[in-house]
Design a protein around this ligand. Structure first.
Ligand code: HEM
Length: 478
């Protein structure tokens, strides 16, 4: 089981790290809000090996590393991949970084290096006035009305998947859900018929970005000579060229006077900034790539894991069935049901508590600063541990248990004890869309099938998002 995997680490590097690094920085510093910092220490943490720090431990098992790091306290220093990190386990510090002092922290090099590679102008990677301008423009695509308008498509596509399953069939949930959420995104972002060749270009681009930017490939790329032929890179470049040609063509058509489409591409194509300028096709492409990336595997992982957890927890499965029968009866779910699907929502929230698709959120202070009495030097990457905080027994009773019921009662815990969608000004732009998609897709599927576990245990790994691994279930049609 996943839990025992995290308990098992007898990693020699970490074991040899148990001596706390108490190196103290003597100089005082002033943070960007002008207040003096006392002579604060660097947070304690594992020293790791010379030069590479904790890189090997993390590469071997990042989840065990988090569990062991937590022993050092609520803010933990470590070094890996040539970078200084401060891992945060305190929800109040998360609130400080993401909300109350958000203007003192930037995305930082760790994340922007990734952005540079796939979509430098994409909203997830820009800062300051450029980001504000983009956020204002893009959020007009994610109003409650827009999101609800996608409901019929979400339900119809989920039902089409169920129609294709045979009773007793083994279903590979990760791949199935990945195809499903990509189809939904292709419709929402581009408004292209799914069987159209142009939709195939979009799907090929999304898959190419995921393969190209996978952390394993990037780590390997950093040690292999650059003259070696790289098939993945060629495929990625071809896919991006095709996407750019398609975007240029679609931007032209959607800019025409009679175009009224409300999909993201149409909104970007028609946008005019106050100074009269318009977005170049490259910028439109970068936004679309960002959304394909941000909205594809995140929702697919959540659905795949939620379905597996239901198969593994018959009582929860039965309770969900009861809710779906009471709310939907014999008809398909629709947007009007969302407010009544409380247990469905609780199942999804609990899945994302145990298995947050984004396990850590990264920020960097441009100047030396202080957090919770510790000195954080400029250039340190703050890693807000979504995964660690979501499994902390100070905020969660029996934290390793899958228990949707905990979401049906009021609980007294800090707001940022749960933050799968981040928080503050840069919280997930697609959060509302994701929750509607997840609720309606899960309701549509579970109303018609039961799942039985085939894969006995979940063994997720860390990609850019959490990778659920091979998750197979057997389908029993009702
Ligand atoms: C379960 C599904 C999802 C999860 C868990 C998730 C999680 C997150 C998180 C944690 C962030 C904040 C990152 C940070 O602060 O550094 C984020 C940002 C973002 N997400 Fe999502 N996301 C999901 C689905 C989606 C979907 C469906 C879309 C769009 C279709 C989307 C679009 C975005 C965008 C554009 C940003 C960047 C916002 C900005 O920087 O202003 N996400 N997401």
């Amino acid at each position: 089981m996943f839990e025992s995997e995290t308990d098992n680490c007898t990693d020699t590097e970490i074991d040899s790290d148990t001596e706390t690094d108490t190196h103290s920085l003597q100089a005082d510093a002033v943070n960007s809000s002008g207040s003096e910092l006392s002579t604060a220490d660097r947070p304690p943490g594992p020293r790791g090996l010379p030069l590479i720090g904790s890189t090997l431990s993390i590469a071997r098992d990042p989840f065990s590393f988090v569990e062991l790091a937590r022993e050092y306290g609520d803010i933990v220093s470590y070094r890996a991949y040539g970078t200084e990190f401060a891992l945060v386990f305190d929800p109040h510090v998360v609130e400080t970084v993401l909300v109350s002092r958000s203007d003192e922290f930037r995305k930082g090099e760790f994340e922007t290096a990734f952005g540079e590679l796939v979509a430098p102008e994409g909203i997830a990677f820009t800062e300051d006035s450029q980001w504000r301008r983009q956020r204002k423009l893009l959020q007009s695509s994610f109003t409650p009305d827009h999101v609800r308008a996608a409901a019929d498509e979400i339900v119809a596509e989920a039902n089409a998947f169920v129609d294709d399953w045979d009773d007793g069939e083994r279903v590979a949930l990760r791949d199935t859900m990945s195809t499903y959420t990509l189809r939904i995104l292709t419709r929402t972002l581009f408004d292209l018929p799914l069987e159209d060749d142009r939709a195939t270009i979009v799907r090929r681009a999304a898959n190419a970005v995921n393969t190209y930017a996978s952390p394993k490939r990037l780590a390997l790329g950093s040690i292999l000579p650059s003259w070696l032929p790289d098939r993945v890179e060629h495929e990625y470049e071809d896919a991006m060229t095709d996407l750019e040609t398609l975007t240029t063509e679609l931007v032209e058509t959607r800019r025409s006077a009679d175009s009224t489409g409300e999909d993201l591409l149409s909104i970007l194509a028609r946008a005019v900034y106050p100074d009269g300028s318009r977005l170049s096709p490259e910028t439109v492409r970068d936004q679309l790539v960002t959304f394909l990336f941000a909205g594809h595997e995140t929702t697919a992982t959540t659905l795949a894991i939620a379905c597996w957890l239901l198969a593994d927890n018959p009582q929860v499965h039965a309770e969900l069935e009861r809710e779906l029968a009471a709310v939907c009866g014999d008809r398909k779910p629709d947007a009007g049901d969302l407010a009544s699907l409380d247990y469905t929502e609780a199942v999804l929230r609990e899945s994302m508590r145990l298995y947050p698709p984004i396990t850590g959120i990264y920020r960097e202070p441009p100047t030396d600063t202080a957090l919770a009495g510790f000195r954080i030097s400029s250039g340190t990457t703050l890693q807000l541990s979504v995964y660690g905080i979501h499994r902390d027994d100070r905020w969660w009773a029996d934290p390793e248990a899958f228990c949707p019921e905990r979401w049906l009662v009021d609980a007294d815990r800090p707001e940022y004890a749960y933050f799968p969608f981040g928080g503050g000004p840069r919280h997930c732009l697609g959060m509302r869309f994701a929750m509607v998609e997840l609720q309606l897709a899960l309701a549509s599927i579970m109303r018609r099938v039961e799942f039985e576990c085939v894969t006995p245990t979940l063994e997720p790994s860390l990609g850019v998002t959490l990778d659920p691994g091979s998750v197979e279930t057997r389908v029993r049609k009702r």
